[in-house]
Design a protein around this ligand. Structure first.
Ligand SMILES: C[S@@+](CC[C@H](N)C(=O)[O-])C[C@H]1O[C@@H](n2cnc3c(N)ncnc32)[C@H](O)[C@@H]1O
Length: 156
Protein backbone atom coordinates (compact mmCIF):
# COMPACT_ATOMS: atom_id res chain seq x y z
CA UNK A 1 0.00 0.00 0.00
CA UNK A 2 1.30 3.44 -0.90
CA UNK A 3 0.17 6.70 0.71
CA UNK A 4 0.91 10.18 -0.59
CA UNK A 5 0.47 13.71 0.72
CA UNK A 6 2.21 17.05 0.21
CA UNK A 7 2.34 17.55 3.98
CA UNK A 8 5.59 16.36 5.60
CA UNK A 9 4.09 16.29 9.11
CA UNK A 10 1.13 14.17 7.98
CA UNK A 11 3.48 11.70 6.28
CA UNK A 12 5.66 11.57 9.40
CA UNK A 13 2.61 10.68 11.54
CA UNK A 14 1.43 8.09 8.99
CA UNK A 15 4.84 6.36 9.12
CA UNK A 16 4.85 6.46 12.92
CA UNK A 17 1.31 5.06 13.13
CA UNK A 18 2.24 2.23 10.73
CA UNK A 19 5.34 1.43 12.79
CA UNK A 20 3.35 1.52 16.07
CA UNK A 21 0.90 -1.02 14.63
CA UNK A 22 3.58 -3.31 13.22
CA UNK A 23 2.71 -2.85 9.54
CA UNK A 24 5.59 -0.59 8.46
CA UNK A 25 6.96 -3.29 6.16
CA UNK A 26 3.67 -3.46 4.25
CA UNK A 27 3.10 0.25 3.60
CA UNK A 28 5.04 3.15 2.12
CA UNK A 29 4.21 6.78 2.81
CA UNK A 30 5.79 9.51 0.73
CA UNK A 31 5.66 13.29 0.44
CA UNK A 32 4.49 13.70 -3.13
CA UNK A 33 2.19 15.73 -5.34
CA UNK A 34 -0.35 13.16 -6.52
CA UNK A 35 -0.70 15.05 -9.81
CA UNK A 36 2.87 13.90 -10.55
CA UNK A 37 2.33 10.17 -9.95
CA UNK A 38 3.91 7.98 -12.60
CA UNK A 39 1.26 6.26 -14.68
CA UNK A 40 3.54 3.20 -14.95
CA UNK A 41 2.44 1.95 -11.51
CA UNK A 42 -0.96 0.23 -11.49
CA UNK A 43 -3.20 -0.06 -8.43
CA UNK A 44 -6.28 -2.19 -7.74
CA UNK A 45 -7.78 0.54 -5.57
CA UNK A 46 -7.16 4.22 -4.87
CA UNK A 47 -8.71 6.12 -1.95
CA UNK A 48 -8.73 9.88 -1.37
CA UNK A 49 -9.92 10.84 2.10
CA UNK A 50 -11.03 14.37 2.95
CA UNK A 51 -8.81 15.95 0.31
CA UNK A 52 -10.49 16.53 -3.08
CA UNK A 53 -12.04 19.77 -1.80
CA UNK A 54 -8.54 20.91 -0.71
CA UNK A 55 -6.89 20.37 -4.09
CA UNK A 56 -5.98 23.49 -5.99
CA UNK A 57 -6.12 21.47 -9.22
CA UNK A 58 -8.52 18.57 -8.62
CA UNK A 59 -8.94 17.65 -12.29
CA UNK A 60 -5.18 17.17 -12.74
CA UNK A 61 -4.96 15.06 -9.56
CA UNK A 62 -8.01 12.93 -10.43
CA UNK A 63 -6.65 12.44 -13.96
CA UNK A 64 -3.31 11.25 -12.53
CA UNK A 65 -5.15 8.81 -10.25
CA UNK A 66 -7.30 7.48 -13.11
CA UNK A 67 -4.12 6.72 -15.04
CA UNK A 68 -2.65 4.57 -12.26
CA UNK A 69 -5.75 2.39 -11.89
CA UNK A 70 -5.46 -1.18 -13.15
CA UNK A 71 -8.22 -2.52 -15.41
CA UNK A 72 -11.37 -3.01 -13.33
CA UNK A 73 -10.07 -0.82 -10.48
CA UNK A 74 -11.83 2.22 -9.05
CA UNK A 75 -11.23 5.30 -6.94
CA UNK A 76 -13.09 5.83 -3.67
CA UNK A 77 -13.45 9.44 -2.57
CA UNK A 78 -14.56 10.32 0.95
CA UNK A 79 -15.51 13.97 1.25
CA UNK A 80 -17.92 16.20 3.13
CA UNK A 81 -21.58 15.17 3.32
CA UNK A 82 -22.94 18.63 2.48
CA UNK A 83 -26.36 19.37 1.00
CA UNK A 84 -26.97 18.93 -2.74
CA UNK A 85 -27.68 22.64 -3.19
CA UNK A 86 -27.25 25.84 -1.23
CA UNK A 87 -30.22 26.68 0.99
CA UNK A 88 -30.53 29.34 3.67
CA UNK A 89 -30.52 28.81 6.53
CA UNK A 90 -28.20 25.85 6.10
CA UNK A 91 -28.33 22.78 8.32
CA UNK A 92 -25.68 22.30 11.06
CA UNK A 93 -23.35 20.39 8.69
CA UNK A 94 -23.47 23.20 6.11
CA UNK A 95 -22.73 25.77 8.79
CA UNK A 96 -19.74 23.98 10.23
CA UNK A 97 -18.35 23.21 6.76
CA UNK A 98 -18.64 26.84 5.66
CA UNK A 99 -16.77 27.77 8.86
CA UNK A 100 -13.95 25.36 8.02
CA UNK A 101 -14.00 26.57 4.44
CA UNK A 102 -13.61 30.27 5.20
CA UNK A 103 -10.84 29.84 7.75
CA UNK A 104 -8.93 26.77 6.57
CA UNK A 105 -9.70 24.79 3.41
CA UNK A 106 -10.50 27.57 0.95
CA UNK A 107 -7.53 29.85 1.75
CA UNK A 108 -5.27 26.80 1.94
CA UNK A 109 -6.48 25.48 -1.42
CA UNK A 110 -6.01 28.91 -2.99
CA UNK A 111 -2.49 29.39 -1.61
CA UNK A 112 -1.21 27.41 -4.60
CA UNK A 113 -2.08 29.07 -7.88
CA UNK A 114 -3.71 28.40 -10.25
CA UNK A 115 -6.55 27.08 -8.11
CA UNK A 116 -10.18 26.21 -8.76
CA UNK A 117 -11.01 27.40 -5.20
CA UNK A 118 -13.41 24.62 -4.21
CA UNK A 119 -13.53 25.00 -0.42
CA UNK A 120 -14.94 22.57 2.14
CA UNK A 121 -18.52 22.77 0.83
CA UNK A 122 -17.92 20.57 -2.21
CA UNK A 123 -21.32 19.46 -3.44
CA UNK A 124 -21.85 16.10 -5.15
CA UNK A 125 -22.47 17.89 -8.46
CA UNK A 126 -19.05 19.55 -8.22
CA UNK A 127 -17.30 16.22 -7.63
CA UNK A 128 -19.22 14.73 -10.57
CA UNK A 129 -18.04 17.61 -12.76
CA UNK A 130 -14.37 17.20 -11.72
CA UNK A 131 -14.59 13.42 -12.23
CA UNK A 132 -16.06 13.74 -15.72
CA UNK A 133 -13.39 16.28 -16.72
CA UNK A 134 -10.73 13.89 -15.35
CA UNK A 135 -12.01 11.14 -17.65
CA UNK A 136 -14.04 9.03 -15.20
CA UNK A 137 -17.11 7.53 -16.83
CA UNK A 138 -19.22 7.00 -13.73
CA UNK A 139 -19.63 8.41 -10.22
CA UNK A 140 -21.78 6.56 -7.68
CA UNK A 141 -22.65 7.69 -4.18
CA UNK A 142 -22.15 4.62 -2.01
CA UNK A 143 -24.82 3.61 0.54
CA UNK A 144 -22.52 4.17 3.53
CA UNK A 145 -24.11 5.96 6.48
CA UNK A 146 -21.91 8.63 8.07
CA UNK A 147 -22.82 11.91 9.70
CA UNK A 148 -20.11 14.01 8.03
CA UNK A 149 -18.69 12.03 5.13
CA UNK A 150 -20.12 10.99 1.77
CA UNK A 151 -18.42 8.15 -0.09
CA UNK A 152 -18.18 8.16 -3.89
CA UNK A 153 -17.01 5.42 -6.26
CA UNK A 154 -15.40 6.80 -9.42
CA UNK A 155 -15.11 4.32 -12.27
CA UNK A 156 -12.82 4.98 -15.28
C1 LIG B 1 -7.87 17.90 4.98
S1 LIG B 1 -6.28 17.19 4.68
C2 LIG B 1 -6.66 15.45 4.81
C3 LIG B 1 -5.46 14.65 5.12
C4 LIG B 1 -5.74 13.14 5.33
N1 LIG B 1 -6.20 12.51 4.09
C5 LIG B 1 -6.72 12.91 6.44
O1 LIG B 1 -7.85 12.45 6.17
O2 LIG B 1 -6.38 13.18 7.58
C6 LIG B 1 -6.05 17.42 2.92
C7 LIG B 1 -4.66 17.01 2.47
O3 LIG B 1 -4.54 17.08 1.05
C8 LIG B 1 -3.17 17.29 0.78
N2 LIG B 1 -2.97 17.69 -0.62
C9 LIG B 1 -3.45 18.79 -1.24
N3 LIG B 1 -3.04 18.80 -2.52
C10 LIG B 1 -2.32 17.67 -2.73
C11 LIG B 1 -1.64 17.12 -3.84
N4 LIG B 1 -1.64 17.73 -5.04
N5 LIG B 1 -0.98 15.94 -3.69
C12 LIG B 1 -0.98 15.32 -2.48
N6 LIG B 1 -1.60 15.79 -1.38
C13 LIG B 1 -2.26 16.95 -1.50
C14 LIG B 1 -2.78 18.35 1.79
O4 LIG B 1 -1.39 18.39 2.00
C15 LIG B 1 -3.56 17.90 3.04
O5 LIG B 1 -2.77 17.16 3.92
Amino acid sequence: MHGYDLDTTGIKFAKQNAADRGVAERVRFQVKDVAELSSKAKYDLAIVVEAVHDLSQPIEVLTAIRKILAPGACLIVADERVADTFTAPGDPVERIMYGFSMFACLPNGMADQPSVGTGTVMRASTLRDYAAKAGFKDVQVLPIEHQLLRFYRLTP
